[in-house]
Ligand binder design. Structure first.
Ligand SMILES: Cc1cc2nc3c(=O)[nH]c(=O)nc-3n(C[C@H](O)[C@H](O)[C@H](O)COP(=O)(O)O)c2cc1C
Length: 387
């Protein structure tokens, strides 16, 4: 058994195990990938303030996200095609999150369906909604999420049209993979993945196939998105969706102060400061760099979560110290899942918790609630360099 000490270790195993098409799908950003890279490298610009001779016994990483108790303020982000990274991937990730005590978010574009995950878990999970032109389908999706007792609706706002990721086009990304000489050659080197996948509950988009009629190609994410996603989504529609849902709503994909204020106005319970992991608007600033401005605009009035670029517990600490009350991880759990299934997701969460806990202690804090700007050392122009 390899010794896993950090998320990078999981990524190395993941790269060996999973077909190139799905590795590339996760490990890419749009166009030049500048935003994708800076999401992580901007965390490195923030340093931690070491404190000593502070009682560090009795520490705790426990907290709450939208009123729910969490073992640490780190939720699993919605990730489309998770069930292609590993057979029954959504079920395995949801089970790992449940056992660990953090929220799991199921993507609209998942392989396992809402019902599959509900059946395989005992605690409520969050459901992420992409809004479609077909209002009836959206209504039915929301009803299905309610019936499954999902405890929050995460409405993603930064993907009304799909950002171009070159590798997905070149690889002909689809679920399941189309068998071409190139994909067959690659799949032959990924036999463990393939054998598991033969026994998977599903290999198509579980929330779509069988629930919508007249789709030209439901296996292609690109085709489905351009045909079905609603380019006219606006704040009025968001308010209607919130009313239709009637429960907790998290608006994901906020990266600007003005949009954060609008989210507050429509009565969202939380926002996720996010640029979709650098997969949408290349050239946008990183989430961590935008966080201080957004906290200045709406901090204290709405719960603020952050994702994009988190690869360690130290990154989580930095986001919390800048005012976020929660975070989400995407790729960090996908690496674990692709590497070692459910156990890999648990390992990713353990790695992050340990890093968060030890860093917190060495910063002289006993709880995540105590973290603040005073724990950080930052370039003076960190959030104002680009105006
Ligand atoms: C492979 C992949 C698929 C994703 N699919 C979705 C999705 O279906 N819905 C969504 O709201 N966000 C999706 N995201 C964005 C994540 O929810 C999250 O914002 C992002 O992964 C955070 O960045 P990180 O991967 O650097 O942690 C996806 C991200 C990745 C990497």
């Amino acid at each position: 058994m390899p010794v896993i000490t950090n998320i990078e270790d999981l990524k190395r195993i993941y790269a060996r195990r999973v077909p190139k098409m799905f590795y590339d799908y996760a490990e890419s950003g749009s166009w030049t990938e500048q935003t994708f890279r800076e999401n992580s490298s901007d965390f490195d610009e923030i340093r931690l303030r070491q404190r000593v001779a502070v009682d560090m016994s009795g520490r705790s990483t426990t907290s709450q996200m939208i009123g729910q108790d969490v073992a640490m303020p780190v939720a699993l982000a919605p990730v489309g095609l998770t069930g292609m990274q590993c057979a029954d991937g959504e079920i395995k990730a949801a089970r790992a999150a449940e056992a660990f005590g953090v929220p799991f978010t199921l993507s609209t574009m998942s392989i396992n369906s809402i019902e599959d995950v509900a059946e395989a878990t005992t605690k409520p999970f969050w459901f992420q909604l992409y809004t479609m032109k077909d209002e009836d389908y959206v209504r039915r999706l929301i009803e299905r999420a309610k019936a499954a007792k999902c405890s929050a609706l995460v409405i993603t706002l930064d993907l009304q049209i799909l950002g171009q990721r070159h590798k997905d086009l070149k690889n002909g990304l689809s679920a399941p993979p189309k068998l071409t000489p190139k994909t067959i050659a690659n799949l032959m080197t990924k036999w463990a993945w393939g054998i598991e996948m033969l026994g998977a509950k599903r290999r198509h988009f579980g929330n779509i196939v069988g629930h919508v009629e007249g789709i030209s190609d439901a296996s292609s994410l690109g085709a489905w998105t351009s045909e079905q996603f609603d380019p006219s989504l606006d704040w009025g529609k968001i308010a209607k969706l919130k009313e239709m849902w009637g429960g907790k709503v998290i608006l994901k994909g906020i990266l600007d102060e003005e949009d954060a204020k609008m989210a507050l106005q429509v009565g969202a319970d939380a926002i996720t400061v996010s640029n979709h992991g650098g997969r949408q608007l290349d050239g946008a600033l990183s989430s961590i760099r935008m966080l201080p401005r957004i906290m200045d605009a709406v901090g204290g009035e709405i719960e603020v979560h952050l994702d994009s670029g988190i690869r360690s517990g130290q990154d989580v600490l930095k986001a919390l110290a800048l005012g976020a009350t929660g975070t989400m991880i995407g790729r960090a759990f996908v690496y674990g899942l692709g590497a070692m299934g459910q156990k890999g997701v648990t390992t990713a969460l353990e790695v992050i918790r340990k890093e968060l806990d030890i860093s917190m202690a060495l910063c002289g804090e006993q709880s995540v609630q105590a973290l603040g700007r005073h724990n950080l050392l930052m370039p003076v122009d960190f959030s104002t360099r680009w105006t």
